[in-house]
Ligand binder design. Sequence first.
Ligand code: NAD
Length: 256
Amino acid sequence: MRLIDKVTLITGAGSGIGKETALLFAKEGAKVIVNDLNVEAGQQTVDEILSQNGIAIFIQADVTNESNVEELVEKSMDEYGQIDVLFNNAGISGVGELHEIELDDWNKVMNVNINGVFLVTKHVVPVMMLKQQGSIINMSSCIADIGLANRASYSATKGAILSLTKSIQVDYAKYNIRVNALMPGTIYTPFVEDYVSKSKDPEATVNSIKRRQLSDELGKPIDVAYAALYLASDESQFMMGSPFMIDGGVVNGKLS
Ligand code: NAD
């Protein structure tokens, strides 16, 4: 029960890493606010938590829409009266070499992956400032630390999230709010399944992903959920503005 009585808001918790984290946080005693754009998926996460005697509610909101985000925070406060942990997890993929990317596609990735984090954090931080405590977990990626083919727009957003994390950590340390970033490698979720299945040769794509890392296996959502659990809990009280790698050795390992 590492999160007993903590109110945790997770964006994009209807699928993949967000869903796994919501289930884990609930098992650890948290009250979980499950947000997603997709009503069916978000409600399904909540139903699974409730069936395991956990505490959760679903609030639909598009993280790129400021009035949706204001409502998300208001409803969360009406239900639980506080938000102790914010996990900015919602994100979308973007592929292609820079010269091939249409401006609309570029803007869409920027909008969800950066503006979404900006808006939700903007409206949650005042609640944390009042209570003089909080943990904000931002979803970056190990891609922020390396060059990877075909990911210009996506990597630009994840690099921005890492810089934003460090910068706002400085601003909010005085309110006892911690801000850290998760840096996963390839985690096998619907997000990656979709990318793999649409590639010309799915088997070759999986093998090329594996060649980047030291582990023989792709990452699983629970690998990232455990890292999020640590950042959400008071055990990580001395972690501030940190990038937290969960990448099977992609960034810091060398095969020879
Ligand atoms: P996923 O596609 O399985 O889940 C993302 C969820 O976000 C979906 O349920 C989707 O409906 C929701 N969402 C999308 N846009 C939204 C919006 N505007 N408002 C609210 N919800 C929205 O993806 P995942 O693989 O679990 O990825 C989660 C996060 O982890 C993303 O930020 C992704 O960039 C990051 N990440 C993933 C990997 C990986 O390999 N899977 C690696 C590094 C970082």
